[in-house]
Design a protein around this ligand. Structure first.
Ligand SMILES: [Zn+2]
Length: 397
């Protein structure tokens, strides 16, 4: 491996490859970016609709990379989600567009700590991961009042995974199981089918949504990363499409604050609502907005915010509905439920088996006194070398 790295670094020196990086600015679109870097706009206009729609997913703050060979731009990499990125590259004198997976590594860790301050503070102190602390607190928020019931010395156990890329946490951490004591009494949580349940099979994370359009059918599902056998590349669809008649009312899936109302690239007329616990919902291709809906307004769950249309890039009238948790797209169909679930029957039996495994795991973590891994996060400047290697590797391929 080291040998290979040396060769790649050598190659990159030989070809005078230079990598620059930047953060995507708020308000910047792919078209303004193309203009700035002299990439022909027809590259965007000739894209398939699904790809153009995906370009609207580029988010402010995304870290992108540009490779230059002898001062000539040869490649641009822009992330659109945790799993996928847009790649613009030169081939036979012309710029081309594709979407490729993002490679990352995953850190798994399980630990037990005795609380000294608050769960949030102690998790950050021991792991270095603010998102992990946020996630933990958000899940328990509805069932335990941390400020009142925690005593110094109460135990906290977490088993989680975190994706890492170029020395930084990449996307949200995933908690598999956890336990927190209040006055020596344990409160468990178990990740079961991407939702969190307590010991009785009752869902404990509070966020629920309703289906944003009635009288509709799902015309396209959520896919983070799917191999397209004909196009021979990976594609993604970061939301659910609900096909419905033009003009069908669109309702806020949950209560929250409107933080965007207006055009958003291939998404056309779009509303984004921010909800509690770091969730956001996105409603795209709208024909128009309901009167009285504006940026900054608080809306109630079920309140009409606009109407189904096909603005932006859309084959027919439908609502493209996106759900994000702290910026990362997640499958809305896993969350669209009127109330919190209580597992019953066969499902509960299945859950009980999983629960026993998790409980054994927690016991082992406590018995082994596993200390948390502190995740060291690299400073910006340190990753360029790694990108150089990655890009050079792509050139060699
Ligand atoms: Zn869609």
């Amino acid at each position: 491996m080291r040998f290979l790295l040396t060769i790649l670094l050598f190659l990159s020196t030989l070809s005078a490859l230079e990598v620059k990086s930047g953060y995507w600015k708020s308000g910047e679109t792919l078209l303004t970016f193309f203009e700035k870097h002299k990439i022909p706009q027809k590259l965007y206009y000739n894209l398939k609709k699904l790809d153009q729609e995906l370009c609207a997913e580029i988010y402010a703050g995304a870290r992108y990379f540009m490779s230059y060979e002898k001062d000539r731009l040869t490649e641009v990499l822009i992330p659109i989600s945790e799993d996928m990125q847009i790649k613009i590259y030169r081939e036979k004198g012309e710029f081309r567009f594709t979407t490729i997976p993002i490679s990352y590594t995953t850190v798994h860790d399980s630990f037990v700590i005795e609380l000294q301050n608050s769960p949030y503070y102690d998790i950050v102190k021991h792991t270095g991961l603010k998102d992990l602390a946020d996630e933990f607190v958000a899940i328990y928020k509805n069932s335990i009042d941390f400020s009142r019931s925690i005593r110094r010395g109460d135990k906290l156990v977490i088993s989680y995974s975190q994706n890492m890329r170029l020395g930084k946490p990449h996307g949200n951490p995933k908690i598999e199981t956890a336990m927190i004591e209040t006055n020596k009494r344990p409160h468990y949580l178990f990740n079961y089918k991407s939702r969190y349940f307590n010991e009785d099979g009752k869902e404990i994370e509070g966020f629920t949504m309703l289906r944003p359009v009635r009288n509709s059918w799902i015309s396209s599902r959520f896919t983070k990363k799917r191999w397209h056998p004909i196009l021979k590349r990976y594609r993604a669809h970061l939301g659910v499409d609900y096909a419905a008649n033009r003009g069908t009312p669109i309702r806020a899936a949950a209560s929250g604050k409107v933080i965007h109302k207006g055009r958003k690239g291939g998404y056309g007329n779009t509303i984004i609502i921010s909800h509690r616990s770091g969730f956001r919902t996105l409603y795209a291709h709208m024909k128009g907005y309901k009167r009285g809906i504006y940026r900054g307004k608080y809306v109630k769950r079920g309140q009409i915010i606009g109407y189904v249309g096909s603005t932006g890039l859309s084959t027919g009238p439908h609502l493209h509905f996106g759900l994000y948790k702290r910026g990362a797209p997640i499958n809305p169909l896993h969350v669209v439920k009127v109330a919190r679930t209580k597992l019953k029957g066969k499902e509960k039996q299945k859950f009980k088996t999983v629960l026993q495994e998790y409980k054994t795991q927690i016991k082992q973590i406590i018995a082994s006194k596993a200390t948390p891994k502190h995740i060291d996060i690299l400073e910006d400047g340190d990753y360029i070398t790694e990108v150089k290697v990655a890009s050079a590797a792509q050139m060699v391929n």
